[in-house]
Design a protein around this ligand. Structure first.
Ligand code: UD1
Ligand code: CA
Length: 471
């Protein structure tokens, strides 16, 4: 069997009230269209055809990068499927949209199948789609339907007395009696490519919206004497389309709740599942604790016994065992060793690599900073472009002065260095093992092993000095 997936994403999305194409709006930090593409490729799809129109350039650029030629795309989520774009310049309906992709889809035998998905139905699951494909494997057409208490705006499923699917009627074309039906069309269907080509060529736009409805192929299949299969889901979220920001937000909250429940189910202590957001992929060991208002983004690896305090924002990070992230900590692109304590209110920026038992305290910012075992910066410091050995103590108020106004330079510290409070290390500069920097120093020359470096004005006391008097 060959499976081609057509994803419809040409619509305008007027009700989003946004300049961004509808399908580029994000669920859990990822554009809706990417959720759908990822799901399609997880089915072992041969080829994914993205039908684009409104905002086509933005969608193409997302998948192609700046190299926005019209070609095949390969990105991580694709798992071996090919992805290409099909332009639908005028949005004449869902049937017309699918038709635009058909010239690129092989229709040689009953083995060639086509699955139609919507770019604005982001939470459809691989399992449901696979079940639909399996239940309709021998039928020319299978439709995913939904039972709902709120059928408003959706196509109604018309069945005969023996429960056979006869047709789908759009709400605007439906009679009062048909509007009372609460089995609705999800829009998702799987068909044989040969039959689909034939049905699409016979579509007309003689209906309330003057559109070429994909849904009209159901009645055509029935008229041709076929049995149309269907799979019914009770999970509204899975087939919920997004038309406005409220629906987007509701799917976001649902998706986040499912993720939080998955954390709880695997033994994570989540203080409040409504107050943790995961926008990416997270792996973790045992005894992870997540306090309230935590946002986890990108690729995150956490070891055993990690504790994340309230209001932490963690992005693209690798964290070892027995690590405590205290409240208000922001981490982006950092690697943290075992038994480290970070925060409260610390900011670790990209290129920060901390060995074991490192302590980073409040109001410390690090960037491209490598720190050895047991080194500490407990308060108020900027550590940028630094290579720091083991057991180094960085005093409060220390600045690694890495920028000369034009270029960035590196500061190198050996093991056991002690930097007194309120010192400025002017890069490029090297402090060898055991160096002790007196508080308040400006250091811009290399300091050899075990030296004391004092780089500050000598104190002068003036005896008999009088305060100025008020005039
Ligand atoms: C469609 C179905 C309806 C179903 C509902 C489920 C039809 C005729 N109706 O209605 O039975 O209950 O979805 O959400 O199929 N699109 C294009 N090009 C077009 C028109 C639409 O790419 O010319 C895309 C849209 O971007 C969207 C999808 O197709 O991703 C659905 O279009 P939309 O107009 O939202 O369909 P509905 O009227 O909701
Ligand atoms: Ca419509």
């Amino acid at each position: 069997m060959r499976l081609d997936v057509v994803i419809l994403a040409a619509g305008k999305g007027t009700r989003m009230n946004s300049n961004l194409p509808k399908v580029m709006h994000k669920i859990a930090g990822k554009p809706m269209i990417e959720h759908v593409v990822d799901c399609a490729s997880s089915l072992g799809t041969e080829h994914i055809h993205l039908v684009v129109g409104h905002g086509a350039d933005v969608i193409k650029r997302h998948f192609l990068g700046d190299d926005s030629h019209e070609g095949y795309v390969s990105y991580e989520g694709l798992k071996g499927s090919e992805l290409s774009f099909v332009n639908q310049d005028n949005q004449l309906g869902t049937g017309h949209a699918v038709q635009q992709a058909m010239p690129n889809i092989p229709a040689r035998s009953v083995e060639d199948r086509v699955l139609v998905l919507y770019g604005d139905v982001p939470l459809v699951s691989k399992d449901t789609l696979q079940e639909l494909i399996d239940t309709s494997a021998t039928a020319p057409l299978g439709v995913l339907t939904l039972f709902t208490q709120n059928p408003e705006g959706l196509g109604r499923i018309i069945r005969d007395d023996s429960h056979q699917l006869r047709a789908i009627v759009e709400e605007r074309d439906a009679s009062e009696e048909q509007k009372g039906i609460n089995e609705v069309n999800s829009g998702i269907l799987v068909t044989s490519a040969i039959e689909l080509k034939d049905w699409l060529s016979r579509l007309s736009n003689d209906n309330a919206q003057g559109e070429y409805y994909l849904t009209d192929i159901i009645a055509m299949a029935v008229a041709d004497g076929h049995v149309v299969e269907s799979l019914t889901t009770g999970d509204e979220y899975e087939v919920q389309g997004v038309n406005d920001k409220l629906q987007l937000c509701m799917l976001e909250r649902h998706f986040q709740m499912i993720q939080a429940q998955a954390l709880l189910a695997t033994g994570v202590t989540v203080m409040d599942p409504t107050r943790v957001d995961i926008r990416g992929d997270i792996s973790y060991g045992r005894d992870l604790t997540i306090d309230v208002n935590v946002v986890l983004e990108g690729q995150i690896k956490l070891g055993n016994n990690v504790s994340i305090g309230a209001n932490c924002l963690i992005k693209d990070a690798t964290v070892g065992d027995d690590v405590t992230l205290l409240p208000g900590t922001i981490i982006d692109g950092a690697v943290i060793g075992n038994a480290a304590t970070i925060g409260p209110y610390a900011r670790l920026r990209p290129g920060t690599v901390l060995a074991d038992s490192v302590k980073i305290g409040n109001f410390v910012e690090t960037k491209k900073a490598v720190m050895g075992n047991g080194s500490k910066a407990n308060h108020l410091a900027y550590i940028g472009d630094a290579a720091i050995g083991a057991d180094v103590n960085i005093g409060a108020g220390t600045i690694f002065c890495n920028y000369d106004g034009v270029n960035k330079h590196t500061t190198t510290l050996g093991d056991n260095v002690f930097v007194g409070s309120n010192s400025v290390l002017v890069a490029p500069v090297e402090l060898e093992n055991g160096v002790f920097v007196a508080a308040g120093s400006v250091i811009n020359r290399a300091v050899p092993c075990d030296n004391l470096a004092v780089g500050r004005a000598k104190q002068r006391n003036v005896t008999g000095w009088k305060r100025p008097a008020k005039k």
